[in-house]
Every structure is written in C-alpha cells, then in structure tokens.
Design a protein around this ligand. Structure first.
Ligand code: ATP
Length: 235
C-alpha cells in the first residue's frame, strides 16, 4: 500500500528561459521518512518544490507518485492525489478564520473529511479560541501552524514543506519538530526544505545537499551535515 505513495524524481531538469535551475536531480521521498533538502540561496530548492507540486514544468526528467508518471499533471490534480505543500511566503487567507482557512485544505485535498479538519486543528493546537479568529490578526508562528494544518486537512500522503521553521521561536520549533515526527510515524512522506541545520539534524532520516541546481551529497544527517559544516570552515 505504501509503495504507491513514494514520490520520486528521475533526472529532473528545470529551466527559466536559458538558465538551468535544476539539473539531473534524482531523489526518493519515501512514506514514513523525513527527507530534508539543504543548500545555499539559489541552489534550486524552491524550483524543485515547484516541479514536485506542479507549479513549474520541468524541461526534462520525470516526477512519479508510486508508478504513476505525474510530470505533466497540473498542481490541483496532484493535490487531489495527496501531495500537499506549504510555502516559504505564507499564503493564508487573511479575512477567513483559522478554521475556515484549514477547511480550504480539505476542499482541495485527497479526501474531503470534516474529521480530518478537526484532527489537523487539534494537532497544531488551533482547536481552542484561535479557531474562530481571523487569520489577519495572528503572529507568524501561528500562521505557520495554520498553513501546516491546512495542508494536513486534505489527508495528504506526501507533504512538501518550504522552510517551515522560518520566523518561529525556539519553543515553536520544538513543537513543530514533534508534529512532523508524529506525521512521519503515521506514514506520511515528508520533504522539508530548511535552513535551520539543528532542526534538520534532529528531524531528518535523509539529507540531500543541493548546490547550483544539483544534489551534491546525500545521506543520514550525522554524515552529511559534517561534510556540509566542514566545507564552510575557514582554512
Ligand atoms: P532560496 O533559498 O533563496 O529560496 P532556492 O534554493 O530555493 O533559493 P530557487 O528559488 O529554486 O533557489 O532558484 C534557483 C535559481 O533559479 C536561482 O539562481 C534563481 O535566481 C533562479 N530563478 C528562480 N526563479 C526564477 C524565475 N522565475 N525566473 C528566472 N530565474 C529564476
């Protein structure tokens, strides 16, 4: 059953006009695992997310969900298949309440299940008084939770998270880590782009390091983060 929900790319290449932003990217995002992507600004991390979510059409290569080739499926069709994402730039609806924002995720998701909406609100601590507050009035940390809850409300199999810890304080990062580990333990496949390397070390089963559009190192965090760290050490 879970084999049907492995997200893979094969030799993915993406371009903007003449510029190659992703080159020969082959990776696997397995269910029950947290896969992290790290790398400097401009490495191609966001472009990879666009290719996985269906908001950028790759020039070459494939994106597969299980054995199904989804390279040419539009974004909304991928969401229906269970690929949900959050954005680096928060994208909540400011005039809607927290609960209504989360319901939007269920409308667009794999299954439309009111119980999943309540589960997502509860998991992210949004089921109290916060649920009926307009999103416009809320601080960044809470909005990140709203966005994650909205992604979860459609019961996704694959979760793509673009810098989920950006703007969070230490306590919020700890809470986020707990939620993401629980989702993985439940069988969700998580792909996380993250600059906070302590969080990556704590969370990730596998880390891929990207630079200039390519994956330049892959492995468990204790091995890969050592390499990434030593490259930054001044001589
Ligand atoms: P960041 O950490 O800053 O988000 P990133 O690793 O996500 O960086 P991308 O945003 O994927 O990197 O960008 C990869 C490369 O593609 C960069 O050199 C960027 O300037 C270029 N690029 C991104 N979007 C476009 C676009 N719409 N048109 C032209 N070039 C683009």
């Amino acid at each position: 059953r879970t084999l049907a929900h492995i997200l893979t790319t094969h030799h993915l290449q993406a371009r903007y006009d003449g510029f190659t932003a992703l080159d020969d990217v082959t990776l696997t995002v397995p269910p029950g695992h947290i896969t992290a992507i790290i790398g400097p600004n401009g490495a191609g991390k966001t472009t990879l997310f666009h290719c996985l979510a269906g908001t950028h059409r790759p020039a070459h290569g494939q994106v597969l969900l299980g054995t199904r080739d989804i390279t040419r499926l539009p974004a909304h069709a991928r969401t229906r298949l269970g690929i949900a994402r959050t954005f680096q730039q928060l994208a909540v609806f400011p005039s809607l309440t927290v609960a209504d924002n989360v319901r939007v995720g269920a409308e667009q998701g794999r299954v439309r299940d009111p119980a999943a909406v309540e589960r997502a609100l509860r998991l992210l601590g949004l089921d109290g008084p916060l649920r009926s507050m307009p999103a416009a009035d809320l601080p960044t940390g809470t909005l990140r939770r709203v966005e994650l809850a909205r992604a979860l409300a459609g019961s996704p199999r694959v979760l793509l998270l673009d810098e989920p810890a950006a703007g969070l304080d230490t306590a919020e990062v700890t809470a986020l880590a707990r939620v993401l580990k629980a989702l993985a333990a439940d069988g969700t496949a998580l792909l996380v782009v993250e600059h906070d390397l302590d969080l990556v070390a704590d969370l990730a089963d596998t880390v891929h390091v990207m630079a200039a559009g390519r994956i330049v190192a892959s492995g468990p965090p204790d091995r890969v983060l050592d390499v990434a760290g030593s490259q930054e050490t001044p001589v």
